[in-house]
Write a protein that binds this ligand. Structure first.
Ligand SMILES: C[S@@+](CC[C@H](N)C(=O)[O-])C[C@H]1O[C@@H](n2cnc3c(N)ncnc32)[C@H](O)[C@@H]1O
Length: 363
């Protein structure tokens, strides 16, 4: 297969999650009794909190003007420093922020009426000042401010300590959906999502499997396991998705040679690139979710051994990489070291046309 190199890199792709123009409408309701399997209590996204606060419309307008002025003052300075968001993106985020916080946000500021009128909100006005300062001054990702990210047709809870799922990773679910649509055995089998983070892939795949199919999502990070557990419960998939804490293959010893499928979007950024990432990513997202060692390949090579060891005959695997060079290196490694067990290797491009995923089957 002929592969072409592009000048895209991981940080440009990461930035794409901050320029998501189409934010789907969300109508899910809150279940406050959800708890994770660990002692960590996941944060409830703002849009799911009850509207127990009220503030005068005038005070909300004052906050909105303050927040908008700060957003405008940023101009393109973040773009110039590290390809961060400009004021247009920040103003769009401010609009989404209000939609999540204010119960009846439609035509809120266009109303002619009483400025003393009370507005019902899901966060205190003081918290709004604090959160918007964190967004601008600390460059805290917008998704951590509101506590969620829209991914496929899901709205997943996220918080500091858990990677914000990226749009390109959605394609792994599509690849799995395609494979299981042609193979009933794989559709009814047990799948694993190693390094599940927010549980995005585990949930996406859980929904495309048939009645008997199950997913095991695992992660080294207890915060990730707790947040994934919260998301699994919100989508009522507890019977289909099991979460386990531990390093890569270690929590799945009982599944050796039994998995129908194995997917992973592991950490794959070369260590030396972490300090130059966009501040939202490099300063706030967990290093354990990003850093793939000297050349970014540490986890990916380990996962090849995982596919060899864990998959049953005919089982499918899909791995996300940093793109292009890593895809080629991974395929070369499999051809040289795993040709007795892994076959039908293919490289797939992401939405931007970058060779991003390596897929294949166990013989
Ligand atoms: C790039 S993030 C992907 C998260 C999620 N799958 C997604 O696509 O949004 C990589 C994940 O691998 C986890 N991880 C890192 N090292 C690990 C290890 N040794 N064992 C298991 N998980 C690990 C991180 O905690 C993180 O959640």
């Amino acid at each position: 297969m002929k592969l072409t190199l592009t000048n895209h890199n991981f940080s440009t792709l990461l930035n794409s999650s901050f320029i998501n123009l189409t934010r789907p409408f969300c109508s899910l309701s809150l279940s406050s009794s959800l708890s994770s399997s660990t002692s960590i209590k996941p944060q409830v996204p703002i849009f799911l909190r009850p509207p127990i606060y009220s503030t005068k419309l005038n005070d909300l307008k004052k906050w909105h003007n303050w927040a908008k002025n700060i957003a405008f003052s940023i101009g393109s300075s973040f773009v110039q420093s590290d390809n961060g968001p400009d004021s247009t993106i920040l103003c769009r985020e401010l609009k989404w922020f209000i939609e999540d916080v204010v119960e009846n946000h439609h035509s809120l500021f266009s109303q002619v009426g009483d400025d003393n009128e009370k507005v019902k909100m899901r966060a205190d006005i003081e918290e709004l000042y604090c959160l918007w300062k964190q967004r601008i001054e600390e460059r805290k990702p917008f998704q951590y401010i509101v506590g969620c990210e829209h991914w496929k047709d899901l709205v997943l809870s996220v918080q500091e300590g858990v990677l914000i799922p990226r749009p390109e990773t959605e394609l792994i679910v599509d690849l799995v959906s395609d494979v299981v649509s042609k193979n009933e055995g794989l559709k009814r089998g047990v799948w694993a999502d190693l390094g599940t983070g927010s549980g995005a892939l585990a949930i996406g795949i859980g929904r495309v499997l048939g009645d008997g199919g199950k997913v095991i999502g695992s992660d080294l990070s207890p915060v990730a396991v707790a947040v994934a557990g919260y998301n699994v419960q919100r989508y009522s998939l507890q019977d289909k998705i099991e979460l386990r804490e531990g390093s890569w293959l270690e929590p799945l010893k009982d599944m050796e040679g039994k998995l129908a499928g194995l997917v992973s979007n592991p950490p794959y950024i070369p260590s030396k690139e972490i300090p130059v990432l966009q501040a939202e990513v490099g300063k706030h997202e967990p290093r354990v979710a990003l850093d793939g060692g000297i050349d970014g390949m540490d986890a990916l090579l380990h996962l090849c051994d995982g596919a060899d060891l864990m998959l049953k005959p005919g089982g499918f695997f899909a791995f996300e990489t940093n793109g292009e060079k890593q895809c080629r290196e991974l395929v070369d490694y499999m051809k040289s070291n795993k040709s007795a067990s892994l076959c039908n290797l293919e490289i797939f491009a992401d939405f931007a046309g970058i060779q991003r995923f390596v897929i294949g089957f166990h013989r």
